[in-house]
Each structure stands twice: as structure tokens, then as C-alpha cells.
Design a protein around this ligand. Structure first.
Ligand SMILES: O=C1O[C@H](COP(=O)(O)O)[C@@H](O)[C@H](O)[C@H]1O
Length: 228
């Protein structure tokens, strides 16, 4: 695998501003040239300020489909929900006009919602134009966790678009976009901050084993956006 492109920003503020400006320009360009754009965004603790900035962008959000790379199977009212994070950041701005495809369906068991989520993804969001990923220090991306039940299913070439994951490192079951969906995005970006994340990325590249370091599944033709 070729190493991903690395853009190193002088500060986290510069990372926020630079990536948000890039994504806003790309979405505007996609809408102008094709009439639509579909983007998958990550949750977690890193992207909040970037999502707020992106949501303020002046573009035709009504022609943009937004989904998540992964979701904790908790109601959207929970602070642990990635959908909740979008509501508090991206969708506070003009981006509220976008079409949103959630990865959470209220159902007795998380697996019961998978079929409806896959149908919504197929109808509205796929193929993705852009995937913006994050990474944990355990080298997970989206909810592709090392050692997870469901990891092999999510990495398979014929994986469905959304896969249920339970992982030792995750407090609740998750639904993640599968590797083929993320690999099929027109462009991939990995947003990481902190020396520990950079070291984890280097470790993943040196391990070279996608089951130990699932982030490897999305690094081909990926741009890494990094600040200390
Ligand atoms: O659990 C998650 O973690 C990753 C990384 O999050 P961070 O808190 O270390 O920034 C994130 O990309 C993913 O969407 C999220 O569900």
C-alpha cells in the first residue's frame, strides 16, 4: 500500500479551518457540477469544531446528503451519539438544510435496524463522494475496531453497506459503514490530532495487518490531516 498523503497544520485551529474550508469548497463544486454531493462524517472527540465551521458554509446544503461513518447504538438524545454531535455542531448552521441519513434506527435490537439503514444508504447516500474519518489510538477507524465481533464481516469485499459491531473497546454496540463503502468514496480524509494519534498511524503502517490495525482499510488514496 502506498503511504497516505500527509497535510500537517501548525495548530488544531488551522486544522479546523483548513479542512472545513476544503470540504465546503469540494461540496459546493460537486453540487455545481453534478447537482448533488454525499459526505460521511465521523464523530468522537476530535471533529466538533471542524463540523461547526463546515456547517456555517454558504452552499446549497439542500443538495447535500450527510451520513456518519459510524454510530453508537444509543438514542440521538444521548451525548454519546454521533448524531447528537452533528446536531450540536454541523446542523446548527446552514447545513441544517441537508438531507441526513442516520445510522441509528429505534428497534428492539440494533441488528433489527440494519436492513432499513442499508436501504436508506443505498437510496440516498451511496456512493459517497467524500468520507471524513477519525482514528482512535487503538487504530480503529469508523467503528472498525481491532478484535471486534463483526470486523471480518465489515472488511469483506462483499460486505453490506452497514455492519453491526461489538468490540471490547466500545461501551455499546455500533453500526459502521463497511470497508467497501468507505473504500468506494470518491475521496477519503483522515483527521487526527495529537502525537499519540500520529504514533498510532505510524504503528498501523508498520504492522501492515488490517485486522490488528483496521485504519489500514481506508488509507489507500487517503489524505491525512494532522495537527499536534
Ligand atoms: O468512537 C469513535 O472514535 C473515532 C475516533 O474518535 P476520537 O474521539 O479519538 O476523535 C471516530 O472517528 C468515530 O467516528 C467514533 O465513533
Amino acid at each position: 500500500m502506498t503511504h497516505p498523503r500527509l497535510i500537517e497544520y501548525p495548530s488544531r485551529e488551522a486544522l479546523t479551518d483548513g479542512l472545513a474550508a476544503y470540504l465546503a469548497a469540494r461540496l459546493a463544486d460537486l453540487v455545481a457540477t453534478t447537482g448533488r454531493a454525499a459526505i460521511a462524517l465521523s464523530g468522537g472527540s476530535t471533529p466538533g469544531p471542524m463540523l461547526t465551521r463546515l456547517g456555517e458554509a454558504d452552499l446549497h446544503w439542500e443538495d447535500v446528503v450527510v451520513t456518519l461513518t459510524d454510530e453508537r447504538q444509543v438514542p440521538p438524545s444521548s451525548p454519546r451519539s454521533n448524531q447528537h454531535l452533528l446536531a450540536e455542531t454541523l446542523f446548527r448552521g446552514a447545513a441544517a438544510a441537508a438531507v441526513f441519513v442516520p445510522l441509528y434506527a429505534p428497534a428492539p435490537e440494533p441488528a433489527d435496524g440494519l436492513e432499513a439503514i442499508a436501504a436508506s444508504l443505498n437510496n440516498l447516500a451511496l456512493p459517497l463522494d467524500i468520507a471524513v474519518l477519525g482514528m482512535g489510538t487503538d487504530m480503529h477507524t469508523a467503528s472498525l475496531f481491532p478484535g471486534a465481533v463483526g470486523l471480518d464481516a465489515a472488511l469483506a469485499a462483499d460486505a453490506p453497506p452497514a455492519v453491526l459491531i461489538t468490540a471490547p473497546g466500545a461501551e455499546e454496540p455500533r453500526i459502521t459503514l463497511s470497508a467497501p463503502v468507505l473504500q468506494g468514496a470518491g475521496e477519503r480524509h483522515l483527521m487526527i490530532a495529537g502525537a499519540d494519534k500520529r504514533a498510532a498511524l505510524e504503528r498501523a503502517l508498520s504492522l501492515g495487518d488490517v485486522r490488528q490495525a483496521p485504519v489500514l482499510a481506508v488509507l489507500e488514496d487517503c489524505t491525512v490531516h494532522y495537527a499536534d
